[in-house]
Write a protein that binds this ligand. Structure first.
Ligand code: GDP
Length: 533
C-alpha cells in the first residue's frame, strides 16, 4: 500500500491499522540502491501538548505506567527528560517535558525532534487558548497531531462539543470526515491509553520514520545539568546512527568522550540506537537544551565542528520587516511568516485577510499563529523557529518575551492602527521600509570596587552578571533604579593588567568610561548596542 501521509485515504489507513501488531518482524526493511542502504524504521518521538490542567502530565504518567519494561530486574524509573514504552512489540519515545513551550524553544534552537504531537484536550473544558497555540506550533512544524480527549471519566465530559471546537481550529477529526485521529481517554482511570498508543503507531507507520543505525550517531540534547558528583550530565535523544561508550562527541560548543550511558530505567547501556533517549556522562561542560550531538571519528574533527558551531552562531540572521525584501530578493525566503497577537478576537480576521492580500508573486504573507492576549515567550519562540516575526495589535510583550526577542533579534512590532500594519508589511515586501533603530542589551554588570587610575581618575571594578561586555558596547549606569548615565562610551576594558575586547558573564573586569567616573559600589551597569531593524 502507498504509505505517504498525504495520499492516504481512509481505507488504506484501516488496513495499516490491522498491520500494526505484525509489523515487528517487518521492521528491518531492506532498501535497494545506495541512498537507502542501512535504513531501518525507527520509533516515533512524541511530545504531549495542550492547555494547562487538561492532563498532559497525568497522561504521560499513565502511558509510562502501562509500560512493562520496568519488569526487568533492578529497573528503577529515572526522570531523564524522555522515556520509551513498548506497545505491540514496538517502541514509542515520549518527551517528558510536556507543552509547546519546550517544543517551540527546542525548534527555535533549530532542533526538530518531534515526529508526532499528542494534543490533550479536557472533555469537560474543550479547546482553550493554549490548545490553539499548541495546534499552531504543531502545524508550523509540520508535525501531525493525534488528539487525546481526556477526562472522559467526568460526568461533564462532552467529547462531541470538543470535536466541534477542534474543527473550528482546523483539526477535523475522522468521524467528522477529516483525517485527525481523536482518542477518548481518561488519564486518571487509565482508560483509552492503549488505543492512544495504537493510534500513535498508526500515524508513525504512515510517516515511515527511518534511520541508519550503522552510522556515527547524531542527536539532540533534551535535558542537561551539572551533577555534583558525576559532572556534566546530558540526556540526548539519538536521531540517527548508534552512539557507543567511548565515542568522541561534540555537543553544541562542548565535547568529550562518552564515559557512560544509561536509559530511562537506570540501565547501563553500551550503545544507543535511533530514537533512544540516553543520559550520557563524559562531556567537558554542560550543553544547552536543543544543542546537537554529533559523534566524530577524531579529535581534529571535533575541534573543527566546535569552530563551525561558533561561526554559525555569529552569522545567524533573523528575518525582520526591514531586511525582508533583501532576503526575498536573494531567494532566501518565500514566505513571510507572521505571529499575530491582538487584544480582541474581532481584530484577527480583518488583519489576517488584509495581510494575506499583501502577498506578491515572490513572497507569500503567511499568518502562522493568530491569537488574543499579550505577546509571550511562546509567540517569540514560534517566530524564531519559523524564521518569522511578531506583530502585536493593541497588546504588549509580557514575561521574558521582549528580552528573548531582543536577544535573538526577532522583529517584534506593536501597532494601534490596522492600516499601519498593512502599510509596513506592504512596504517590507517591496523593500521600501526605513529601518528603525533598536537597542539590544548585550550584558549587565555590578559595580563591586572603585580603583584609582591616576590623575584623579577612577575605574570601576565590575562583575559581569549577564551576557557580556564588549569594548564597543554603549554604557548606561543605574543606581537604585535611577539612570545616572546614558550613552556612555568605554575608555578601557581590562582583565588584570591586560586590555581585552570582551568579558563574559561570571568574570570580573576593570572598566573605564569616557568622561564619567561617578561610581559607587552596587551600581548596575548595562551594556548595549543600537542595531537597525
Ligand atoms: P497538565 O497541566 O496538563 O499537565 O495537567 P495535569 O496532568 O497536571 O492534570 C491537571 C489536573 O487534572 C490534575 O488535578 C489531575 O489530577 C486532573 N486530571 C488529569 N487527567 C484527568 C482525568 O482523566 N480525569 C480526571 N477526572 N481528572 C484528571
Amino acid at each position: 500500500a502507498a504509505t505517504t501521509a498525504s495520499n492516504l485515504g481512509f481505507e488504506v489507513r484501516q488496513a495499516s491499522r490491522l498491520q500494526v501488531r505484525t509489523k515487528a518482524e517487518a521492521r528491518k526493511i531492506e532498501q535497494s540502491g545506495e541512498k537507502g542502504a542501512g535504513l531501518i524504521l525507527r520509533p516515533p518521538v512524541v511530545t504531549v501538548m495542550g492547555h494547562v490542567d487538561h492532563g498532559k502530565t497525568k497522561t504521560l504518567d499513565a502511558i509510562r505506567s502501562t509500560n512493562h519494561v520496568a519488569e526487568e530486574a533492578g529497573a528503577i524509573t529515572q526522570h531523564i527528560g524522555a522515556y520509551q514504552v513498548t506497545y505491540a512489540d514496538q517502541k514509542i519515545t515520549f518527551l517528558d517535558t510536556p507543552g509547546h513551550e519546550a517544543f517551540s524553544s527546542m525548534r527555535a534552537h533549530g532542533a526538530n525532534i518531534t515526529d508526532i504531537v499528542v494534543l490533550v484536550v479536557a472533555a469537560d473544558d474543550g479547546v482553550m487558548p493554549q490548545t490553539l497555540e499548541a495546534a499552531s506550533h504543531a502545524k508550523a512544524a509540520g508535525v501531525p497531531v493525534v488528539v487525546a480527549i481526556n477526562k472522559m471519566d467526568k460526568a461533564t465530559a462532552n467529547p462531541d462539543h470538543v470535536k466541534q471546537q477542534l474543527a473550528e481550529i482546523g483539526l477535523v477529526v475522522e468521524d467528522w470526515g477529516g483525517d485527525v485521529v481523536a482518542v477518548p481517554i481518561s488519564a486518571k482511570a487509565k482508560t483509552g491509553i492503549t488505543e492512544l498508543l495504537e493510534n500513535i503507531l498508526v500515524v508513525a507507520e504512515m510517516l515511515e520514520l527511518k534511520a541508519d543505525p550503522n552510522q556515527l550517531a547524531t542527536g539532540v540534547v533534551v535535558e542537561a545539568e551539572m551533577d555534583k558528583s558525576k559532572g556534566p550530565v546530558a540526556t540526548v535523544l539519538i536521531q540517527n546512527g548508534t552512539l557507543k561508550v567511548g565515542d568522541i562527541i561534540v555537543v553544541g560548543s562542548v565535547s568529550g568522550h562518552v564515559r557512560a550511558m544509561q536509559n530511562d530505567i537506570g540501565k547501563r547501556l553500551k550503545k544507543a540506537e535511533p530514537s533512544t533517549p540516553v543520559e550520557i556522562l563524559g562531556l567537558s561542560g554542560v550543553p544547552q537544551v536543543g544543542d546537537r550531538l554529533v559523534a566524530v571519528a577524531s579529535e581534529q574533527q571535533a575541534q573543527a565542528l566546535i569552530e563551525k558551531h561558533h561561526a554559525e552562531q555569529a552569522t545567524a540572521r533573523a528575518i525582520s520587516l526591514t531586511n525582508a525584501y533583501e532576503q526575498i530578493s536573494a531567494g532566501k525566503i518565500k514566505e513571510l511568516n507572521i505571529v499575530l497577537k491582538t487584544d480582541v478576537q474581532g481584530s484577527i480576521e480583518p488583519i489576517r485577510g488584509s495581510l494575506e492580500k499583501v502577498s506578491t508573486d515572490k513572497v507569500k504573507v503567511h499568518i502562522i499563529h493568530a491569537g488574543t492576549g499579550n505577546i509571550n515567550e511562546s509567540d517569540v519562540n514560534l517566530a524564531i523557529a519559523s524564521n518569522g516575526l511578531v506583530i502585536g495589535f493593541n497588546v504588549k510583550p509580557e514575561g521574558g518575551a521582549a528580552k528573548l526577542a531582543s536577544e535573538k533579534g526577532v522583529d517584534m512590532r506593536n501597532y494601534d492602527i490596522i492600516y499601519s500594519i498593512i502599510d509596513d508589511v506592504t512596504k517590507a515586501t517591496q523593500g521600501l521600509l526605513e529601518p528603525v533603530l533598536v537597542e539590544v542589551v548585550e550584558g549587565r554588570a555590578e559595580l563591586r570596587a572603585i580603583f584609582s587610575a591616576g590623575k584623579g581618575r577612577k575605574v570601576a571594578g565590575v562583575y559581569v552578571t549577564e551576557g557580556k561586555v564588549t569594548r564597543n558596547s554603549t554604557v548606561r549606569v543605574l543606581r537604585a533604579g535611577k539612570k545616572l548615565l546614558e550613552g556612555g562610551k568605554i575608555s578601557s576594558l581590562k582583565r588584570f593588567k591586560d586590555d581585552v575586547r570582551e568579558v563574559a558573564a561570571g568574570y570580573e573586569c576593570g572598566l573605564g568610561i569616557v568622561d564619567y567616573d561617578d561610581f559607587a559600589t552596587g551600581d548596575i551597569i548595562e551594556f548595549y548596542g543600537i542595531v537597525k531593524q
